[in-house]
Design a protein around this ligand. Structure first.
Ligand code: SF4
Length: 455
């Protein structure tokens, strides 16, 4: 029997893809290798230069760990790179991954017949993800073309799974004992929106751009929506019934569902309907991950982000009017080309003003094919590091301040770990807590369960 191993890098969407591929390979008759595998698959990440270096390292260590294996590369690097990578025997892209693997491994016909079609909509598979939380990919692709990001080139345009398919998989995850379901996607807020003509925001006078950042764009490029958000809302209405809010309304009605969390969405996609749903359903975690990236309008424009600071601030105010305790977490890039000390200070000030409950800080390290990598005003590594260190320090304070607000309150956690006498997990507000097992009424606690504890 042939054996395989999958090495995964990058985001939750990649992790989900690896889990799904693993289940499909097993259905096809392969066995997950204990030690050395016949086939080592590297699910790569190309989001930054650092991620690409890590992917290269992973290829080398997979080869070392599995000396006789065929090495196959899948994931974002496949489409983002034009060069053949050292150590890789096969580069697999597109939808027919299983069929391609089947050809590579040259299986006998009996096994080949058992291979599931990955595009079969009824193919519901429960993937072994983190035991406490079930990450489900409901959407893929992005058409925002932020100037520092390779993802739209690597993953292509917007694609959403149908509501029925998503609901079916969530039902199975709930049955399997997962307390928290995390809806994931590359551009999650645009779930169900691919049938709409986002491109209509391009002025008729502007010809579709064919090249950007040295890469070919096969679909028309959507211009930055900076300062155009009200119009954008209209473009997103109506053409397809399914959207994130409509899906959530159906999911929260599922029997025995613990709770749902949204992985990350753009601030421009937080609708009034979504805010009301979070408030009223009691099943959607009170946390929104809203990437800020910079607190300077000048830098946001260079990044081709779809909002300005005023918009961001007002939207947060609107969310907090309805949900004052809401956890707002974010991503920030420091040292983007052209980021002066003044721009950085504006970002720091804005972060303090908004009082985010958690920051993820990334020093700028663009993939060389993005337009940002070629911009003038590249910032020295030393300066990037200093700025990142400053914000990471600020993050520790923000996290502690936010958590302190909940002292004395009863909150529900999704149990992640039970070690000796301690039970650990995440609250719906996305901070970690632990409790003494003896202090809990329920003594039969298991990972994945949602339990109430005093903070
Ligand atoms: S929204 Fe921007 S940062 Fe996010 S995947 Fe799309 S292009 Fe990349």
């Amino acid at each position: 029997m042939k054996t395989y191993k999958i090495y995964t890098l990058g985001c939750k969407v990649n992790q989900y893809d690896s889990g799904k591929l693993s289940a499909q390979l097993q259905a096809a008759g392969l066995v997950m290798a204990g030690k050395q595998a016949d086939l080592a698959i590297i699910n790569s990440c190309a989001v930054t230069k650092t991620a690409m270096i890590k992917s290269g390292r992973m290829i080398r260590s997979a080869k070392k760990e599995n000396p006789g294996a065929k090495i196959a590369l899948i994931g974002c690097w496949v489409r983002a790179s034009e060069t053949k990578l050292a150590g890789v025997d096969f580069v697999i892209g597109g939808k027919e991954i299983i069929k391609q693997i089947n050809r590579i491994m040259n299986y006998e016909s009996g096994i080949r017949n058992k291979i599931q079609n990955p595009n079969n909509k009824n193919n519901k598979i429960i993937i072994n993800s983190d035991k406490s939380r079930y990450f489900i990919k409901i959407q893929d692709g992005c058409e925002q073309f932020c100037s520092y990001c390779i993802i739209p080139y690597a993953r292509g345009g917007l694609k959403s799974r149908g509501e029925a398919e998503v609901i079916g998989e969530v039902e199975q995850a709930v049955k399997a004992g997962y307390g928290e379901i995390v809806l994931s996607g590359i551009h999650l807020g645009l779930y169900g929106k691919e049938s709409q003509l986002l491109y209509s925001v391009i002025p008729a006078s502007e010809p579709p751009r064919k090249m950007r950042g040295g890469l070919r764009i096969t679909r028309p490029y959507r211009t930055g929506t900076f300062g155009r958000e009200p119009a954008m809302t209209n473009y997103y209405n109506g053409a397809r019934d399914e959207n994130l809010a409509s899906l959530l309304k159906k999911l929260v009605k599922l029997k025995n569902l613990g709770r749902i969390r949204l992985s990350s969405i753009e601030i421009t996609e937080v609708s009034d309907e979504l805010i009301e749903l979070i408030k009223n359903s009691g099943k959607i975690c009170r946390q929104l991950h809203l990437p800020l990236q910079s607190g300077s309008d000048k830098i946001l424009k260079l990044m081709n982000r779809p909002y300005d600071m005023n918009y961001f601030k007002n939207k947060i105010k609107q969310i907090r009017r309805v949900l004052p305790d809401m956890a707002i977490t974010t991503d920030v890039i420091v040292g983007f080309p052209g980021e002066s000390e003044k721009d950085f200070r504006a970002t720091e000030k804005f972060i303090r003003q908004i009082k985010f409950s958690r920051l993820h800080v990334f020093p700028f390290s663009a993939q060389e094919k993005t337009s940002a990598a070629k911009m003038s005003g590249q910032v020295k590594e030393k300066i990037k590091k200093r700025r990142a260190d400053l914000l990471r320090k600020l993050n520790l304070k923000l996290m502690a301040d936010y958590k302190n607000k909940f002292k004395g309150r009863d909150l529900k956690i999704a149990v992640e770990q039970i070690k000796q006498n301690k039970v650990m997990g995440k609250t719906e507000y996305y901070f970690d807590v632990s409790a003494d097992k003896k202090s809990l009424k329920n003594k039969n606690i298991r990972v994945g369960q949602i339990i109430k504890i005093k903070i």
